[in-house]
Design a protein around this ligand. Sequence first.
Ligand code: NDP
Length: 279
Amino acid sequence: MDGAALAQRLREETAREVEELGGLGLATVLVGDDPASHIYIRLKHEAAESVGIAPVDRRLDADVSEAELLQLVENLNGDDEIDGVLVQLPLPDHIDEARVIRAVDPVKDVDGLHPFNAGQLYLGRQTLVSATPLGVMALLTEYRVPVAGARAVVVGRSPIVGKPMALLLLHANATVTVCHSRTEELARHTLDADIVVVAVGIPGLVSADMVKAGAAVVDVGMNRTDAGLVGDVDAGAADVAALLTPVPGGVGPMTIALLLANTVRAARYRRGLLAFPRP
Ligand code: NDP
């Protein structure tokens, strides 16, 4: 499954929507100097600019107080030029991550992490949803992978990937199993699945002998190794699966494309072009 190609098409569509709406802003907040976070922020800014969304770059030192960070989020919430607010995770240990996530105005929460948006997703209602699982669903749709009635296994249960992924698949009528670090005999579950989504962060966790012939396998993992960027699924799985996303060039570009699409959605909500279900 070629995520780079589909992401490019989605970005062109988003660029047209941005032009129609005019003047969108996406604010990112980066705390500290985690090298991976710096790369993600740079990629998000470049992508935003490429579709005409103005990136607003806010950076704070690793030792910033929680109160200062909350004040910055509050200012971004109130800034009319800004449609989306994204706080790059992880945050330093002295900051209560959940509190910061709750501080983002739900209508600007382009990561879909605010408990209100998470609750809307749980209920199967329209809302802002985390970009990565949305990107996975778009790939499955593009490659005409039947989801309704399919057995889907999601490996990983984080609030930003695994859980929203499982819910989107469930709402699309898959029969969903969620696996995690305490799952016994992971292969027993994955071997049974028509769709496998792996979002763990362990290179090669899912090997070819853990995949059912003809399955669709989505590798969300992004692991920096001496051999470069690798996913969580062994490349040999391509010989067994009907469809597999590469790393890089699979889910990564889709995440960025759907983040931009979420910014457009947030702008529509704020401008009253779409009804946002206020708490
Ligand atoms: P987290 O660390 O938050 O979650 C990892 C999950 O994997 C946890 O639920 C954990 O279980 C589970 N897990 C850990 N070990 C095992 C195991 N041996 N077997 C089965 N499950 C296990 O990571 P994220 O969800 O944020 O990210 C996952 C991966 O996806 C990372 O590589 C990340 O870099 C990548 N990523 C890629 C994106 C993209 O755009 N391509 C976007 C976001 C993330 P438990 O809950 O029990 O601890």
